[in-house]
Design a protein. Structure first.
Length: 374
């Protein structure tokens, strides 16, 4: 039986889900993907608000294996970025590099969980009906929902590795702080372990203020998507991607307009202004910094030199990784293969580092100081 097939357009480092039917690539085309939902009862948000039910949708590959005590010991959690969903990890540039026979996360060996984070995809979100009455959630709520999904729904109480891209990478840092004994390894990609600040904060505020200031947003009670959603999509395009590749793809004004328009139209096919607003603003509570020293798992932070959202010249990751007892960083170099912020989803750029930390955590590892490799 072949895997359910989901088509996603890769544009500017973000995925936009559309319709169905595309190949997962030779290495991944025979994977069996199963989908389901876990309903979390009486979910308490950090704001104090509560919903009687929160739905977390997931896709799984592989088979859970249990140790002598009956505990699952081969589970992996992979978390997507802002406005994404777990379907994006079924694309050839990710699944085709990681999930096939002999690859780092061979589905014959690992039980892989691709969830739709709270507020995203097929999980509970504002556009389901509550709109602006949906409780304000933060990244800590996302992690709490994921932890309950794993333990209450899938019977998983320990993970071989927690990893994520972009905001999923930020949530990976939080996993290490909030649940330090839950995993053997952490692999945050395309992220920094500090409050959202500087230019990163500014572009998010621009998106948020644009939607909230749109007269047709109507406090979240719009009948058609407000025009501000288009500008929000353009901001997403602007902040992602490799500038050299962008220039090659858009060498004239007309071509730049065409590529931008294609991205925006694809984005708007699935986007919702409330969902976008909530997702952007959910980073407001993010600050793993004070707890970094409590992280116990081996951690490999992977960023890229050409990431406009997390530029290496800030020196933040080099500084903060020193506080992680078993942490090291990897900086993907600037070349024809890197994809700016989107490098996090082109697994061939960094899969050897994932394989290395998996080997390292197969047996007890000595605590080491922060190290950098380039």
């Amino acid at each position: 039986m072949s895997a359910p097939r989901v088509q996603c357009r890769w544009v500017a480092g973000w995925f936009v889900a559309v319709l169905a039917v595309t190949s997962l690539g030779r290495a991944a085309e025979n994977l069996r993907v199963r989908e389901g939902d876990v309903v979390l009862r009486d979910f308490q948000f950090a704001t104090g608000e509560q919903l009687p039910e929160v739905r977390i949708h997931y896709r799984v590959l592989g088979t859970p294996r249990r140790d002598a005590q009956g505990k699952v010991n081969n589970a992996v959690l992979i978390m997507h970025g802002t406005t994404g969903s777990g379907t994006q990890f079924l694309q050839p540039q990710f699944a085709g590099e990681l999930f096939g026979p002999g690859q780092p996360l061979d589905a014959a060996k690992y039980f892989i969980v691709l969830r739709d984070g709270l507020g995203h995809g097929k999980s509970s979100k504002p556009s389901d009906g509550l709109r602006a009455r949906f409780p304000r959630y933060g990244y800590r709520d996302v992690v709490t929902a994921d932890q309950r999904m794993l333990t209450e729904g899938l019977g998983i109480h320990h993970l071989r590795v927690v990893m994520g891209t972009s905001s999923g990478g930020m949530q990976t840092w939080l996993w290490g702080v909030m649940h330090p004994d839950f995993m053997d390894a952490l692999v945050p990609l395309g992220s920094l372990p500090i409050q959202v600040s500087g230019r990163n904060r500014v572009w998010r505020r621009m998106v948020s203020d644009t939607i909230r200031g749109d007269a047709l947003w109507r406090d979240g009670n719009y009948s058609t998507q407000p025009p501000s959603l288009r500008l929000a999509a353009q901001m997403v395009f602007f902040m992602t991607g490799n500038p050299v590749l962008r220039q090659k793809a858009m060498p004239t004004a007309a071509e730049a307009d065409a590529v931008l328009d294609e991205f925006v139209e694809a984005y708007l096919e699935q986007a919702d202004a409330n969902d976008m607003l909530y997702a952007i603003e959910s980073s407001n509570d993010y600050d793993p910094g004070p707890g970094l020293g409590q992280t116990r798992a081996a951690l490999v932070a992977i960023n890229s030199v050409d990431d406009l959202i997390n530029p290496p010249e800030l020196g933040i990751l080099e500084r903060e990784i020193q506080r992680v007892p078993r942490g090291r960083l990897v900086m993907i170099p600037y070349d024809a293969n890197s994809r700016g912020h989107g490098s996090h989803t082109f697994a061939r750029l960094w899969k050897h580092e994932l394989a290395a930390v998996l080997r390292e955590t197969e047996k007890p590892a000595a605590v080491s100081g922060g190290k950098s490799s380039r």
